[in-house]
Write a protein that binds this ligand. Structure first.
Ligand SMILES: Nc1ncnc2c1ncn2[C@@H]1O[C@H](COP(=O)(O)OP(=O)(O)O)[C@@H](O)[C@H]1O
Ligand SMILES: [Mg+2]
Length: 425
């Protein structure tokens, strides 16, 4: 008698809350799951069939672990992650075992914002004006040559808005250069013309060159002044303001050609797009990975009924995704909003139970608790929490957002404050 084929396993890099949705989805697909995370207390380690507290940037350790599991009969057949910006590691692991994954070149381009912009420009992908800079003199020279109102400076090799600043005045230049350099890994810096227009987050699934973009949401920058010169979004909306308009089709075409330019033949591309009032949609960047946070795991499944993390898992396992399942099955309004209370010592939080229990309040998570010190929030890693809200239309969801921002409160240094960005907090 033949022994039945073992159940295939998916290796998930990272076991933080960012990867739990992928582990859950893989289980729902009937797969076994394996999870690696350097933090032995990461929740994903307990949620997987197989787990080890291994820092997955240590590729020798990862390979040794996978080899051992395979020798023991584990049918590991693919690797994936979400939220974690490590396409070069996914690429290296996939390449070693002959699994589907980003190429080493895609991994390199996706983690170097300057190389990425050069690749886009060379392949005709529309981008804001950009240039490499080393110091304040370089910034001033390019800014003058571009003759634009504002510029953005960023490290070439970070994510989550770390080190990114918008400059409106000459006296901000030197500080921003030092800040961006301090936040970067290599110290290499990129300057761009700041494009003032609506921004869109996208996620595109590609299989053997065929692409579809089931992830499409507005990014919001309300209360931006309170972060200035840092730039951080405070949440998103689904469906996008461009749903059903020609702009949506233009943005889809842009991000799908961007994925090709990045060499994503079978995989996922997460796009940041700005719609320039004059030039149309421009590509800010594309990551060769799934989003973390609430986009692919929350907003899109809630709003459209599509869970494209399934497609990413199928592709990682070498299987064609189910295209029909990538078409929207419903149209519900969803929003997420982040909390940005002022810095200080957090003494208490107040989350009204009746608000938390409302039908449209899908998620409400705070990342600091009493006794913690809230820093000046300068990047997404430092956010104080998030709420995810749904309803039949924007007006009803906006009412929940307003209530949440008004009633979820933080007692900081003796005063009750809110997490709403802007002067109101
Ligand atoms: N050229 C630009 N024009 C307008 N906004 C920009 C530009 N570059 C960056 N931004 C804003 O800054 C944010 C962070 O920059 P990005 O290049 O995406 O870096 P990160 O890796 O930190 O996400 C973007 O989501 C966007 O809101
Ligand atoms: Mg970005």
């Amino acid at each position: 008698m033949m022994t039945p084929a073992p159940v295939p396993s998916l290796l998930v890099l990272g076991g933080s809350t960012d990867q739990l949705f992928m582990l859950k989805t893989a289980r729902e697909m009937g797969l076994r799951t394996a999870c690696l995370d350097g933090n032995a207390r990461a929740p994903g380690l307990g949620a997987a069939n197989l787990a080890a507290a291994i820092d997955f940037s240590d590729l020798d350790a990862v390979f040794a672990w996978i080899d051992t599991q395979r020798e023991a009969g584990e049918a590991l057949q693919g690797v994936a992650t979400m939220g974690s910006d490590v396409p070069h590691l996914v690429a290296a692991i996939a390449a070693r075992y002959g699994w589907n994954g980003p190429s080493a070149e895609t991994g390199r381009l996706a983690t170097d914002k300057l190389a990425m912009k050069e690749c886009f420009a060379a392949q005709g992908v529309a981008v804001p004006r950009y240039g490499a800079v080393n110091d304040g003199a370089d910034v001033r020279r390019l800014w003058k040559a571009w003759n634009c109102r504002q510029v953005v400076i960023k490290p070439t090799d970070r994510a989550g808005s770390r080190g990114v600043r918008v400059l409106s005045r000459d006296d901000q230049v030197d500080d921003a250069v030092a800040h961006a350099r301090g936040q970067g890994r290599s110290g290499a810096l990129l300057l761009e013309e700041f494009i003032d227009g609506p921004q869109i987050s996208t996620e595109t699934i590609v299989w053997r060159g065929r692409a579809v973009t089931p992830g499409f949401a507005d990014r919001l920058y309300e209360g931006m002044e309170s972060f200035h010169p840092q730039i951080m979004e405070n949440g998103g909306w689904l469906p996008s303001r461009f749903a059903g308009t020609p702009v949506r089709a233009d943005v889809e075409a842009l991000v799908e050609s961007t994925a090709r330019a990045l060499g994503i033949d079978s995989g996922v591309g997460k796009g940041d797009v700005v719609v320039c009032p004059r030039r149309g949609p421009l590509m800010i960047e594309m990551a060769a990975r799934l989003s973390g946070g609430d986009f692919s795991a929350g907003l899109v499944p809630l709003g459209t009924g599509v869970n494209y993390v399934r497609a990413v898992i199928d592709i990682a396992m070498g299987r064609e995704p189910d295209w029909a399942a990538l078409q929207p099955a419903r149209d519900i309004t969803v929003a997420n909003r982040y909390f940005f209370p002022p810095a200080g010592h957090l003494e208490a939080v107040d989350v009204p139970p009746d608000f938390r229990a409302r039908a449209g309040v899908v998620k409400l998570e705070l990342s600091y608790g009493p006794g913690d010190t809230i820093p000046v929030i300068r990047s997404h890693g430092e956010r104080a929490g998030v709420m995810v809200l749904t309803g039949p239309d924007r007006a009803s969801v906006q009412a929940l957002i307003d209530e949440g921002y008004a009633r979820v409160r933080f007692r900081i240094d003796g005063q009750w404050r809110t997490g709403e960005p802007g002067p109101a907090r």
